[in-house]
Design a protein around this ligand. Structure first.
Ligand SMILES: C[S@@+](CC[C@H](N)C(=O)[O-])C[C@H]1O[C@@H](n2cnc3c(N)ncnc32)[C@H](O)[C@@H]1O
Length: 255
């Protein structure tokens, strides 16, 4: 590990969806070797326990409430590396998916700090696994689109609804809980069938995981009782209707 993680280096590490068993072995080794770990709000205590000797610094963001802005995070990481520390920047899921890793990579490059990425399991993969379903489906769901419905306050959702309304696409919508009513309306207006299957996955892989099944026109109701701080992924499309009957019975069904 000393070879791949010398002093003064940064690793952007994917923490997966929350369950420490879903970390990669490499992520676990990097955490064990780190001097300092800058971590997101969605990284839970079970993962923090894996590196008790490192200094843990929360730079978390939740539901638009940022504990530190992105430029401050970029600077903190670089300064720690320039001080000769082994730095892990631990991010929920996979760093390359709505993880702002590009800014952190660029800041490291500007200062000549060596940086590498350790991928993680993204929320969409983990949600499909928990629901015993697939994100693609031969002949029916040939395309998987990952999108975010998070925009800055006051900005409209700038999305090509006609493309997303095509029936062969599975949509995995990150940060989409608050915009769910608008999303459902826009997709149906653009031609997506109102009875398109939907899976709302909350706190995936964590002890308080909830999987809520329903249809697109019921989406505003499906998300109504979900807390503002509960990470929520929306999966929409024919593929997510499939799964063994015994599993379907164990999740909430709202139609
Ligand atoms: C800033 S994005 C980061 C995504 C992350 N990089 C990934 O690959 O999963 C945060 C969003 O990911 C989704 N998410 C992350 N972890 C989740 C979980 N355990 N359960 C449900 N959704 C999750 C939610 O939509 C949450 O608002």
């Amino acid at each position: 590990m000393a070879e791949v993680f010398p002093a003064g280096m940064v690793w952007l590490v994917g923490a997966g969806p929350g369950d420490p068993d879903l970390l990669t072995r490499k992520a676990e080794r990097l955490l064990a070797a780190a001097d300092v770990v800058f971590y997101d709000a969605l990284v839970g205590p079970a993962i923090l326990a894996l590196a008790p000797d490192a200094e843990w610094i929360s730079v978390g963001k939740r539901s638009g409430r940022h504990s530190k802005d992105q430029r401050t995070i970029d600077d903190l990481i670089v300064r720690a590396a320039l001080a000769g520390r082994r730095v892990v920047r631990l991010k929920g899921g996979d760093p390359s998916i709505f993880g702002r890793s590009t800014e952190e990579l660029a800041q490291c490059a500007r200062h000549g700090v060596p940086v590498r990425i350790c991928p993680g399991i993204t929320a969409a993969s983990a949600a499909a696994a928990s629901a015993h379903t697939s994100l693609t489906l031969r002949g029916q769901a040939r395309r998987l689109t990952l999108l975010t419905a998070h925009v800055r306050a006051g900005e409209p959702l700038d999305i090509d609804w006609d493309v997303l309304a095509q029936p062969e696409a599975t949509l995995a919508i990150y940060m989409g809980r608050a915009a769910a009513p608008e999303l459902a309306r826009a997709l149906i207006d653009a031609g997506r069938a109102p009875d398109t299957p939907v899976l709302v996955a909350v706190n995936v892989s964590l002890p308080d995981e909830r999987l809520i099944r329903g249809r697109l026109d019921a989406l505003p109701f499906l998300v109504r009782a979900i807390g503002r701080d509960d990470p929520t992924l929306l999966l929409i499309g024919e593929a997510v209707a499939h799964g063994p009957a015994q599993v379907r019975a164990s999740v909430m069904q709202i139609c």
